[in-house]
Design a protein around this ligand. Sequence first.
Ligand code: UD1
Length: 384
Amino acid sequence: MNVLHVVGARPNFMKVAPVIRALRERNGVRQILVHTGQHYDANMSDLFFEQLELPKPDIALGVGSGSHAVQTAEVMKALEGCMLDHKPDWVLVYGDVNSTLAAALVCAKLRIRVAHVEAGLRSFDREMPEEINRIVTDQIADLLLTPSADADDNLRAEGIHPDRVQRVGNVMIDTLVHLLPRAQSLQFPGLPARYALVTLHRPSNVDHEPTLRMILETLDEISEYCPIIFPIHPRTRKKIESLSFTFSARAKVELREPIGYLDCLALQSRAQMVITDSGGLQEETTFLRVPCLTLRVNTERPVTISQGTNVLVGGDMLKLRREVARIMEGDFSRGNQIEFWDGKASERIADAIADSTRLGVPRTMALPCATNCHKARMNRTPSD
Ligand code: UD1
């Protein structure tokens, strides 16, 4: 059986790593790893491959940045040839980034079976590009591998047949469990005893200048009594530079370049709190029992609130200050263990893929003649 994985952006890499490891243990499974190149900087991509012990991608499409339409279309154009060349039995797509949607669309049109890892999450906020990616991917994927019961409920409410849905648990936690000992052995000279780790990259927070300025001013103030470590996403760095914002002389904010997976895990596990708009960090902090303040009005990961350490503060800076003060006084929820967040989700995914008969007769792929990926790339016009 040929299994082709498509990844493109930072949050995909920690999801694919344990699945590749689990499928390696299965007889007769040949794996192909495709990197779309949605993220391409060394510290947004190569560093993750190295730390997550991922194999070098078999195919690198190198699509890079662009508007949503351009990025999605470029991934689709480049992927089609790869699918025709390799004729995978299964394609696995991960999370909710543009590369996820693009790959699912290509497979659906070619009638290649596609499984969505981390299916069913919903923020119910269509202003988020990721929400559109999730809804469409789930509608067209053959197998929906969900992390939690709320995801199953969302899919059922959208009319998706339960036979297509399988709850496997949270694959991010597999990677966390695997690499936590290595992360905990890292040294950070000069790290404050108590600090908040801050990450910020959502367009809703960083693309609107007054919102970004308000958040930065609040962080400036908070840092006077709770030092802040702030690794900056390239999108956010560009926006801060265009604002010409500088932190005050009193502020204790340490800006860092984007950090790798191990550093991020280590800094989360030692933090007094995390302030973020990332989806992955909401989950990791819940597992690590570290308080998390999320700068969003909604989350597609509600179990991190109902059973974890997450509190939504939205754009309410008064609430952010109040919650920071509460955490500093030790007043916060430490959460519970969540079902299937046990480090074994990737084993359950490998079982589901290996047991393809559950979807009935395998699809006949009435595909046109094989092209080759390189030819597909070379056919692009110079203006591409
Ligand atoms: C993407 C995902 C988001 C995920 C995030 C994690 C979509 C719609 N969004 O958002 O769900 O949480 O990744 O990081 O897929 N850039 C670089 N170097 C890089 C990559 C990006 O400088 O290696 C800059 C470019 O200016 C680019 C911008 O960051 O235009 C945004 O990158 P993009 O991949 O479009 O979206 P993210 O904000 O990273």
